[in-house]
Design a protein around this ligand. Structure first.
Ligand SMILES: [Zn+2]
Length: 256
């Protein structure tokens, strides 16, 4: 019943809240990796973006005014991850907060000795558990073109959001039981290998930040999976295959 109700709501939103062609075209042009998508996928992506924009508030902070184009560029990248999954994975939060530059989160954490620390390093993005996704607009803009930046901030933060659906961002998002074994093996082996390569001082093609923690490994490799899939297939084919089953997408096949 709930699902039927949701579908009915979605159809109503899609009828009433269209995305202007010019805006859609301009936003897609800012994201060169979309060039590999087929016409049918682009149509479904556009519908998802309309639903995402209806469900979420993308708001500016510290005087930043979010334009319709910025909103659309953020929404497209968030929706790429759930194109063949379910937008309901993003149900646990309502807001995307956009800053005019890097921001200091200001949250506190307690260490093992019970001492409370306050983080004061600036961030380009953050996905808060049960809270908003926070983004620095200049970093979103700079990482829209993978070839120029070798990273994608929005995909990274929304991968964390999906990972957090079942708790911590630990690199193991909710998935069918049948995929868990393959996922654990592939991700664990690749993570250990990657950490060793980074520790050895290797100049890796994948962002060494992925070695920080399993959760970061999943988020960084998700960026690569969507924006430069051949690199992931090349470096860690088992991870690529696990991601293809998890996200239900095969971006390398799309690109060729
Ligand atoms: Zn991260």
């Amino acid at each position: 019943m709930l699902r039927a109700l949701r579908r009915w709501r979605e159809r109503r939103v899609l009828r009433s809240a269209a995305l202007p062609d010019a805006l859609w075209g301009e936003a897609c042009a800012a994201l060169p990796f979309l060039a590999m998508y087929g016409a049918d996928e682009m149509r479904r992506l556009r519908d998802l973006v309309v639903l995402f924009l209806d469900a979420k508030s993308i708001v500016g902070a510290q005087g930043h005014e979010v334009t319709a184009l910025q909103r659309t560029i953020i929404a497209i990248q968030a929706c790429v991850l759930v194109l063949n999954l379910d937008l309901a994975l993003y149900d646990g939060f309502e807001n995307v907060v956009v800053y005019p530059g890097e921001f200091v989160p200001g949250w506190e954490y307690e260490d093992e000795a019970g001492v409370v620390h306050r983080r004061d390093d600036a961030l380009a993005g953050e996905a808060m558990h049960l809270g908003p996704v926070v983004l620095s607009w200049p970093d979103v803009a700079a990482s829209a073109d993978w070839d120029a930046a070798q990273m994608n901030l929005v995909i990274h933060e929304f991968a964390h959001k999906i990972d957090m659906v079942d708790g911590d961002a630990n690199g193991c998002p909710p998935m069918p039981e049948s995929l868990r074994g393959e996922w654990r093996r592939a991700l664990q082996d690749a993570y250990e290998d990657f950490v060793a390569r980074v520790d050895a001082g290797e100049d890796t093609a994948i962002d060494p930040y992925a070695a920080e923690a399993p959760g970061e490994f999943f988020a960084v490799l998700s960026e690569v999976f969507f924006a430069e899939p051949a690199l992931l297939l090349d470096e860690y084919p088992d991870v690529y295959r696990a991601f293809a089953r998890f996200y239900r997408q095969d971006p390398v096949a799309r690109a060729s």
